[in-house]
Design a protein around this ligand. Structure first.
Ligand code: TYM
Length: 332
């Protein structure tokens, strides 16, 4: 049985990108793997957060995962800040991570922007904490969207550096699993940019909590080109917005892109967009209703998080203790 770990930030409510690139792929993995899914609130505070909103977003993220099919009876579902071994291992690993490796991280460059001197240390060290998240459970597989690939390559490098330094095989080198038909869902306003919670325009993304009317409006306003959909996949290549909408359709309908094009060849967007809206609403509406229902029962969510925390603590503390021993920390 493989050990699977993945994480998601509780910053604003989750998007269709999170769902198709990550969560939807996690659900079937629960049946034949030992899975841990973590709401990474320590990562969320690398950008400024309002404390009340962070707490609310954390609850919403938990409810969203459960509503999307993460079963806390099958998987360990927990909050990162409640398991202190993540932070402790992060410090140890930061002492095995050359600055040169962190300097290559494109997500830091994007998020820090031009004013790098003002970016906080946490944002810079973000990928080391991510490595700690994975390695504290000796996870072997990490299902993520494409944007996390570079961070997971760094995780493997850090694990390798630690193993080599102590001449041990302590950490398995985790495999990134970038799966599914939509590993990179793009913005609805610009088909060359990732759909992201941090985009200033709400029209760039669909949220799991958007109602049918909002989804219809966002798809109606989604950027497209004037041409109808083609027969041939190759003709989508230079049409990033059209390609994105067709990919989203295929991923939600469990159809390949050529099959979607077979159904909609020569259709103008005035035909395709309403069909896409209907499909998105049919998949997201039951999830949305379930999220809202779960949020009305914070006691149940807390109970499930407490169990998750205990399971995560048990695994992580055992590993942390072995790591402290290897490093040479004195224990009484
Ligand atoms: P986060 O919170 O940005 O995203 C959570 C998951 O959703 C995927 N994703 C997307 N996939 C396809 N298209 C998109 N537009 C899109 N946007 C987001 C992400 O790839 C991710 O899988 N650093 C991570 C969280 C993290 C983590 C970890 C992940 C912390 N520790 C350890 C794996 C292992 C992040 O910010 O994800």
């Amino acid at each position: 049985m493989s050990r699977v770990f993945s994480g998601i930030q509780p910053s604003g409510n989750l998007t269709l990108g999170n769902y198709l690139g990550a969560i939807k792929n996690w659900v079937p993995m629960q049946d034949n793997n030992n899975c841990l899914f973590c709401i990474v609130d320590l990562h969320a505070i690398t950008i400024p957060q309002d404390p009340g909103l962070l707490r609310q977003a954390t609850r919403e993220a938990v409810a969203s995962l459960i509503a999307s099919g993460i079963n806390p009876k099958k998987s360990t579902l927990f909050i990162q800040s409640q398991v202190s071994a993540h932070s402790e291992l992060s410090w140890i690993l930061s002492c095995f991570t050359p600055l040169g490796w962190l300097n290559r991280m494109t997500q830091f460059k994007d998020k820090a922007g031009k004013n790098r001197e003002q970016a906080c240390l946490g944002l810079y060290a973000y990928p080391v904490l991510m490595a700690a998240d994975v390695l504290i459970y000796k996870a072997t597989h990490v299902p993520v969207g494409e944007d996390q690939k570079q961070h997971l390559e760094l995780t493997r490098d850090i694990a390798g550096a630690f193993n080599r330094y102590f001449n041990v095989d302590h950490f398995p080198l985790p495999e990134p699993l970038i799966q599914g038909p939509a590993p990179r869902v793009m913005s609805l306003r610009d088909g060359t940019r990732k759909m992201s919670k941090s985009d200033p325009s709400d029209f760039s993304r669909i949220h799991l909590l958007d109602d049918a009317e909002t989804i219809a409006l966002k798809i109606r306003k989604a950027k497209t080109d004037p041409n109808p959909l083609p027969y041939d996949v190759k003709e989508l290549e230079n049409r990033p917005e059209a390609q994105n909408l067709v990919t989203i359709y295929g991923a939600l309908a469990n159809k390949t892109v050529p099959d979607v094009l077979k159904d909609f060849a020569e259709a103008p967007f005035s035909i395709f967009k309403p069909a896409l809206t209907e499909l998105i609403v049919s998949v997201l509406n039951p999830i949305r209703e379930d999220i809202l229902r779960l949020l009305k029962d914070p006691h149940m969510l807390d109970l499930c998080l407490r169990e998750g925390k205990e399971q995560a603590q048990e695994i992580s503390e055992k590993n942390l203790s072995e790591i402290q021993e290897l490093v040479g920390f004195l224990k009484n």
